[in-house]
Design a protein around this ligand. Structure first.
Ligand code: SAH
Length: 357
């Protein structure tokens, strides 16, 4: 897919990501009434409008003024790739020329979008493409919401986005304020009106921020990327990882304080964390909590030596957990043919743009 429109110039009021009150204030300054703001929001979140011309129940002069002073989106879909399994990956170009990825995953009648929260990532998990160039910048709350709307815009009119997972590029809890604001817009009745039960935030495990999120009262689900059952292995995979004891305690607190689903994500890396002893250790961290373990066989990243375990070994790992009464889901790799792993499309686009020497 080619660029649908250039990312917006700065200085325009960005509608997406603004709260209803902010949009009302903005239109009031243009001499319009509060219900005009509500109409605009309805067009954007329900009507999938990408510009003001489409908002046909607004008077023409108001549409023209809005077009001069505001933008619906600050970002644009630059490129799209579709996998044989229906997974679609979007490269979203931002106003400053940076780009992030969003992925739309169909599963029966569900449509899940996976969004990014940062350009690049500071964490540097050794098997992940997103951290290879370090952190470039945080996304704004609007840039996070825009990814969801770009994804929704791809669906046939009769189908809706049902789930949002914050598992794209970046560490969401390192861009905390923007994350929380974006989540509130996604959940707002005038926004996408998504139930918090249909939203999952995935974190590498920053204990204090997990506790803060629990107190926020949002009620979204939490996924914690554990990847190991002992601290030495974990630090090998996740540099500067906090001790498992702190991370797991914060995750348990989150579950008890919010009553929401908590998942442990565990990327299976061949010969590093895929033994029966690792599975046993992981089961001990889960303990008696109804925590779901999501096993993700590694999606190998070009240029990195880490491999996924053979399928039987992954199965055995899952079986070992089940035997210990742990709820476990062994994920199929999806979208591997379109660079489905985090940060791979952005990286490829950048490499292609670079003149070869
Ligand atoms: N920073 C957050 C969210 C983004 S990554 C976090 O760490 O949870 C989302 C998930 O994808 C994490 O569990 C991450 O470890 C995993 N992941 C990253 N690179 C991967 C790869 N190459 N193959 C499989 N999973 C990967």
């Amino acid at each position: 897919m080619s660029v649908d429109s250039p990312a917006s110039p700065p200085g325009h009021f960005p509608i997406v990501g603004a709260t209803r009150d902010e949009v009302r204030e903005f239109v009031a300054a243009l001499g319009a009434r509060p219900y005009h703001a509500d109409q605009v929001l309805r067009w954007v979140y329900r009507g999938r409008a990408a510009g003001f011309e489409a908002m046909t129940d607004l008077a023409k002069p108001l549409r023209a003024t809005l077009a001069q002073r505001a933008v619906v989106f600050t970002s644009a879909v630059q490129r799209m790739e579709e996998s044989a399994d229906g997974t679609r990956k979007l490269l979203v170009g931002l106003a400053d020329g940076a780009a992030v990825e969003a992925v739309v995953i169909p599963e029966g009648r569900r449509h899940t979008v996976c969004v990014s929260t940062q350009v690049g990532c500071a964490i540097g998990c050794v098997f992940c493409a997103s951290g290879l160039g370090g952190l470039v910048r945080d996304l704004s709350h609007g840039e996070i919401v825009e990814q969801v709307l770009h994804a929704q815009g791809l669906l046939p009119p009769e189908e809706k986005l049902t789930n949002v997972v914050v598992m794209g590029i970046g560490e969401p809890l390192m861009n905390y304020a923007a994350l929380v604001r974006a989540l509130r817009v996604l959940m707002a009745p005038w926004g996408l009106a998504l139930s918090p039960r249909r939203i999952t935030v995935s974190t590498v495990g920053i204990a204090a921020r997990i506790r803060q999120l629990a107190d926020e009262g949002l009620g979204v689900n939490l996924a914690v990327s554990l990847h190991a059952s002992d601290d030495l292995t974990r630090q090998r995979l996740v540099p500067h990882a906090q001790p498992l004891q702190h991370v797991v305690a914060a995750a348990r607190h989150y579950r008890h304080a919010t009553g929401r689903e908590v998942t442990f994500e565990y990327v299976l890396v061949r010969d590093i964390n895929d033994s029966a002893a690792d599975a046993q250790g992981l089961a001990e961290w889960v303990g008696r909590e109804p925590i779901l373990v999501n096993l993700l066989p590694l999606n190998p990243v070009e240029g990195l030596a880490w491999q996924e375990p053979p399928a039987e070994r992954a199965e055995r790992f899952a079986a070992e957990l089940r035997r210990r009464h742990v709820r476990v889901q062994l994920r199929k790799r999806r979208g591997a043919d379109i660079a489905g792993a985090c940060g791979q499309l952005r990286r490829r686009a950048r490499d292609e743009a670079r003149p070869s020497t």
